[in-house]
Every structure is written in C-alpha cells, then in structure tokens.
Ligand binder design. Structure first.
Ligand SMILES: O=P(O)(O)OC[C@H]1O[C@](O)(COP(=O)(O)O)[C@@H](O)[C@@H]1O
Ligand SMILES: [Mg+2]
Ligand SMILES: [Mg+2]
Length: 335
C-alpha cells in the first residue's frame, strides 16, 4: 500500500513550483531536514539501549539542563545543514548565539536561515513519551554574500517561508507548510521513506480537549483561570477532556487532528511564559493558521509579534479557532 502513496521527496519536488520563490534551494533545504530527521529518529528509537538517556551535564542559555538527546539532535541538524551548504544562518534553542554559515564567501548565494528546537519535550526523553523537533525557515533580509546578522533572525513570524515539526511517537511523522496548507508524512521504517499519510491537515473549528500544565494553576492570570474553569464546567458539551503530554509538538499534533487548545500562559513562576517565540511559537503558529486554527499570546496574533531577542519567551494560546477565540475573550474580560 505504502508504495502507492507519494513520498515526501516527490511531494517536495512536485510542489516546488507552487512556492513563491521556487529556485530549488528551499526543496534542497527541506530534503536536508528530512535527512536529519531520519538520523535523529534512529537514535530516539533506541534511546533505552544507547548512552543517550539523561542529562549531558551542560546548561543552555535558557538555564535548562541540556539532555544528551538535546545535544545529539542539535549537532545532527546543524551538521546536516552546514555540510549541505544549504543555509546562510542557523539559530537553535541549544546554541547561545546564531551561527553564520560561510557567509563571508561572496559567492555564497544561499538565502535561507533556519531556526530550530532540535528536541522538543526534553522532559519526556527518559520516560519514553513522544518528543519532537521544530523548524522555521525565513529568507534572509541582509544582502546575499554579506554576513548574516541578528536582524535576519528577528523577523516576524508572518515572514516565515516554511515551518514544520517532526514527532517521534508511535510512528514518526514530519508535518510542514510552505504557506500552501499543511501536510503530514509518516516514516515507513522498513523502507526509510516518509509517505504522504495526512494530506491537507485541518484543525476542527471546535474541540473538546484542553492542554495546559494545571500544576501552575495558582500562578496563572485570572483570565486563564476563568477559561480553565469554563473548560471544566458541567454545561453543554463540557467539561472538556484534559490532555497534557508535556511535549508541545505532540500536544499540538493531537489537538490539530482531534480539535483542542494548548495553553502555556505567562505565570508568576515564568514571566512572560516558557515557550520561545522564534523556534517554538512562530513555526507552530504558522502551521496552526495554515490548518485553519489560531495562535496568539492571549491578546496579539503570534505571527504579528516583532521579535526583539533570539531566545525570547511569550505566552502561548493555540488550537481550534473557536476555542482560542473563547480563551482570548476570557483574558480580555479579566483585564
Ligand atoms: O513541564 P512544563 O513546564 O509543563 O513544560 C512543558 C513544555 O515545555 C517544553 O518541553 C519546552 O520545550 P523544550 O523541551 O524544547 O525545552 C514543551 O515541549 C512543553 O510543552
Ligand atoms: Mg521545545
Ligand atoms: Mg528543545
């Protein structure tokens, strides 16, 4: 059956022309991400058997203990992109600063930058719960041939040319958009190819699942507390079901398929929230909107936020449109 489905490689080439700036460069970049995803997937799948479980002993710029798999995935994605000379700059959750790739070489005509969360859901690595990788792609702003600058990375999410994630779960899937809808591909481990399994993915406009770390409830803003109470109230089609995996990619993926809302609000413990705008919220928000869902910081559309720092955090509300609208209404009301 699998052989009848289109492979990711075929899909990328076939859809190249629908891409505004189609020059083949973006296709090569997506293919490099596809390759790195397979390499990391191979390591994730045998996590219990090789020395890839646990902390690496290092701390990243966010003050978080880097897990061995964070470091491994970070190296594999960066190496794959640099070795294929396919980007001019890379930023990663696990790197303090952005990496300028060969940009001194004026012949270096590459025009794309990539921002990655190499391993999302790090707290779940050791307990065999699904984790992911998130990527976001922009055209550089600075002229080709000149060194990339921070400005190239601090672009609004609305400027993304492509975004996606890989979820390493019961099956491994790569889901992405180039601004022309969202498509999901499942890896056939026996053949080592991704096949189009979820064409044209769409958020149900409404859902019955809410995903939030309720352990932080007492620290949440009043509007969020009111919305969570609303989700739990015995009324109409409520209470909703609480589902929280603790891996943004996996919670988002489930909610996109079944209908639901994910919240990581600001709270007095974590101002202004935990998730990073550039390589978590922007790519997930781009996918959400391309799948008829919605994403904001509770008030402002995520893709309209002007970034000011590489690792800045923002509150995040994302999912089925009607549910996000409702949550935002509670936030505005409480304000
Ligand atoms: O444990 P908490 O505070 O609920 O946070 C869980 C959230 O943090 C994250 O793990 C942050 O991502 P990283 O694992 O890439 O740092 C999200 O995937 C997840 O949704
Ligand atoms: Mg993450
Ligand atoms: Mg991470």
């Amino acid at each position: 059956m699998a052989h009848k489905k289109q492979t990711l490689g075929e899909f990328i080439i076939e859809n190249q022309t629908s891409f505004k700036y189609s020059s083949g460069e973006l296709s090569s970049l997506l293919n490099s991400i596809r390759l790195a995803a397979k390499v990391v997937n191979h390591e994730v799948n045998k996590a219990g058997l090789v020395d890839i479980i646990g902390a690496s002993g290092d701390v990243n710029i966010q003050g978080e203990d880097q897990q061995k798999l964070d470091v491994y995935a970070n190296i594999k994605f960066i190496q794959t992109l640099i070795n294929r000379n396919i980007v001019c700059g890379i930023a990663s959750e696990e790197e303090d600063d952005f990496i300028s790739v060969n940009s001194q070489d004026e012949n270096h005509q590459n025009k794309y930058i990539v921002l990655i969360d190499p391993l999302d859901g790090s707290s779940n690595i050791d307990v065999n719960v699904s984790v992911g990788t998130i990527f976001s792609i922009y055209r550089r702003k600075t002229p080709v041939g000149s060194p990339v600058t921070l400005d190239d990375f601090l672009q609004k999410g609305s400027q993304q040319v492509a975004a996606g994630y890989i979820v390493y779960g019961t099956s491994t899937m790569l889901v992405y958009t180039t601004g022309d809808g969202v498509n999901g591909f499942t890896l056939n481990p026996a053949i080592g190819s991704f096949y189009l399994s979820h064409p044209n993915m769409k958020f149900p406009i409404d859902g019955k699942i809410y995903s939030v770390n309720e352990g932080n409830y007492t620290h949440f803003p009043q509007g969020i507390k009111n919305y969570i109470k609303y989700c739990q109230k015995e009324e109409g089609d409520r209470p909703y079901t609480s589902r929280y995996i603790g891996s943004l990619v996996s919670d988002f993926h489930r909610n996109m398929i079944k209908g639901g809302i994910y919240l990581y609000p600001k709270c007095s413990l974590l101002e202004p929230g935990k998730l990073r705008l550039l390589y978590e919220c922007n790519p997930i928000a781009f996918l959400a909107e391309q799948a008829d869902g919605k994403a904001s910081d509770g008030l402002t559309r995520i893709l309209d936020i002007q970034p000011t720092e590489l690792h800045q955090r923002v509150p995040f509300v994302c999912g089925s449109k009607n549910m996000v609208d409702k949550c935002e209404a509670f936030i505005r009301e409480a304000q």
